[in-house]
Design a protein around this ligand. Sequence first.
Ligand code: NZQ
Ligand code: ZN
Length: 383
Amino acid sequence: MYSFKFQNPTKIIFGKGMIAELSKEIPRDKKILVTFGGGSVRKNGVYDQVVAALKNHTFVEFWGIEPNPKYETLMQAVELGRKENIDFILAVGGGSVVDGSKFIAAAICYNGEPWDLIQKRIKVEKTIPLGTVITLPATGSEMNCGAVISRKSTMEKLVLSTPLNYPKFSVLDPEVTFSLPKTQVAAGLIDTFIHTMEQYLTYPVDAKLMDRWAEGILQTVVEISPRVMDIRPDYDSMANYMLTATMALNDFIAMGVPQDWATHMIGHEITAFHELTHGYTLAIVFPQLLRVMKDEKREKILQYGARVWGITLGDPDDRIESTILRTEDFFRSLGVKTKLSDYGIGEDTINKIVARFEMRGTVLGENKTITPDKVEKILRLAL
Ligand code: NZQ
Ligand code: ZN
C-alpha cells in the first residue's frame, strides 16, 4: 500500500427533511449567494424548502447554471457576488451547480483572470466558504474539492481542484431525487461506478480494505440499480443510491492506491465537443479502455470479474473478455448506449481529441502509458 495523507472536512447532513438544517449550518451574519440550475428545484419543492430554511438569513439568488457549467455563465455570478459583497455560497442542484459554485467561490477572491486558475493551474489562495444541497447523486462533488468547468468559446472542459473548495457541509435528502428523470439516474449510476473503477481498476498494491470497499460500492450500484430505475422507487433505495454516489468520490477509497482517471479525461473531451452527458461518455470509453489496457490491468480485471460478477472459470483471457462484456451489458441494462456512433459522433471528433492531447502533451492512466495513440485506439474501438 502507498503512503498517503487523508483529510476530508465536509460535514454530511443526511436524510428526509434535512434541508431545514440549513438555518443552523450557515451563520446568521453571512450574506449568501444561493446558486441554482435551470429550475428543477422549483418543481420538486426543494426551492421552497431552502427559502423557508433561510427565512432569517440575507441572501441573493443566481439562476441558470447549466449542465457542464460554463465559464461564461459563472462569470455573471462572480460579478453579482462581488457587487453584493457575499461571504457565503449555497449551491442547490446537481454536480454542475456545485462545481460551478466552487469556481465562483475561487474566482470572486482572485484579482486576475479566473480562467487562469484552471488553464494555467495557478494556485488558489482564497475562496468563499461553500455549502451544498445536492439534488443528483453522481459526481461526489458534494464531498470533494474538485470542479469541472467548461468554456463555450473554446470548447474546453477542464478541472479546477483546491482543498479550499471542500464544502463546509452538504445536505443529502434522498427525497429530492424522486423527481429525477431516469436518464439522469442512469448517468449517475454509471458515474458512480466509473469513479470507483478509476481508483480500483489499476494494479494491485495489496490494499485489501480499499479493494473490498471499492467492490462493495460496485456491488451496491449493481444491486440497487433495478429499484432506483423503477418508475416508483422507494426511499431506502434512493438513500442507498445517494450515499453510494457520495462515497465513490470523496477520497475514502483512494487511500494508499494508484489511480487512473483516463476514462474521465477522454470522456470530458467528448462532452467538450458534443455536450454529451458526462455519465454517457464514460459508458462509451471505459469498456474499450479495458480492452486496450488489459495487459497492464490484467490482475485487477480478473479480480473485478471474479468478485463483482462471479466470473471465475475458464481461461484468463476469456474471463477478461467476459468481464468487459458483462460491464457493457450492465450499462446497456440502464438504457445507456456504449458506442460513439450511437450519438452520431465519428472520426472527426476522434481526430480532434487526439490532436488536442498531442498538443497538450497529455499522457494518462495509472502508469502514464495511455499516450494519444492509445486514446485513438480506444476511441476507434468505440466507434
Ligand atoms: O438544472 P436543473 O433544472 O436543476 O436540472 C438538472 C440538469 O438538467 C437536472 N436535475 C438535477 N437534480 C434534479 C434534476 N432534475 C430533476 N430532479 C432533480 N432532483 O439534471 C440535469 C443534470 O444536472 P447536472 O448537475 O449537470 O448533472 P451531474 O450531477 O451529473 O453533474 C455533471 C457535471 O459534473 C461534472 C461533470 O463533468 C459534469 O460537468 N463532474 C464533477 C465531478 C466532481 N466535481 O468531482 C466529478 C465527475 O466525474 C464529473 O466530471
Ligand atoms: Zn465522473
